[in-house]
Design a protein around this ligand. Sequence first.
Ligand code: HEC
Ligand SMILES: [Cu+2]
Length: 304
Amino acid sequence: MRRTRNSIILNALQIFAFLFFVLATSAAKTAGSSTGLTNIFAPESTPAKAIFNLSVFVLVITAIIFVVVFLATARVIHAVQDAPKPSGAVEVTAIGHQFWWEFRYPGLGIVTANELHIPVSDPAHPTPTFLKLLSADTDHSFWIPQLAGKTDLIPNHPNSMWMDPHRTGVFLGQCAQYCGTQHAKMLLRVSVDTPEDFGAWVRAQQRPAIQDEKVAAGRRVFETTACINCHAVGGTAANGRFGPDLTHLMSRETIASGAVENTRGNLRLWIQKPDAIKPGSLMPAMQLSDADLDTLVNYLETLR
Ligand code: HEC
Ligand SMILES: [Cu+2]
């Protein structure tokens, strides 16, 4: 990339020097003439003819410059778009839903939501992330300004993009295409991890859900309520796809696509009354008794 940039600057300087030379010679030659305008290539012709000749000359040169710059640009675009994927590349399918994000890592067997984890990329051994962008309903747009340009997720039209971050940290983004009532609370978090942290995260996500007998009562509430029609928990009867995968719910810092922090109080409020956090969200208020709600949240809190 740096080489391309340098050669573009060099080209521009060459063009500048050439045009400057033509202007300077023409100015020097006309300085002494009585008409004030003389064609440098045919000093004896009339001023009108001189202007015409000069115009044609400039037009031809401009056309040549345009063609050369166009071809050079086309070559770079081609090289960038068809660049081979490095062997360390991570593949993610991002699916936009009203109003949350689903992230699938087909090569790693992971499904998660809203908080994307990717490895930091060392220029010597690049590990970029290639994203396939799909939509489950309407148009959305994937935008993390610090990591990559904005790309839309369009139903029945897979798009793709890639990211190659060189520093670790949490980067925030947002759905950038109006997709309905809660579009503004369709936030994105991308955690760029060191290779060790990313490896540990992958191993934790690949494990099936923890089965803790102490919260069997809460699991029963979960499995006998409509929750399982919309949510999946790996290794249980719950395999709904309409809402976020909850297998490792507690590994996420936020719920409801970054709307609030993932705390016991917020989980309880969310299940009782999602509208209190995200009016118009597509999760219904579940109308549970206080006792059922508490045992259910005890269960959810074990899903690390
Ligand atoms: C009709 C489908 C549906 C049902 C039934 C349903 N949910 Fe949801 N749930 C959703 C959707 C959709 C979201 C995402 C909402 C958003 O972020 O806009 C969600 C989000 C959640 C979240 C936040 C997850 C995250 O990581 O952001 C939790 C926790 C949750 N639901 C738990 C439950 C529990 C527990 C039940 C049963 C008592 C339940 N849901 C029933 C559709 C449903
Ligand atoms: Cu959206």
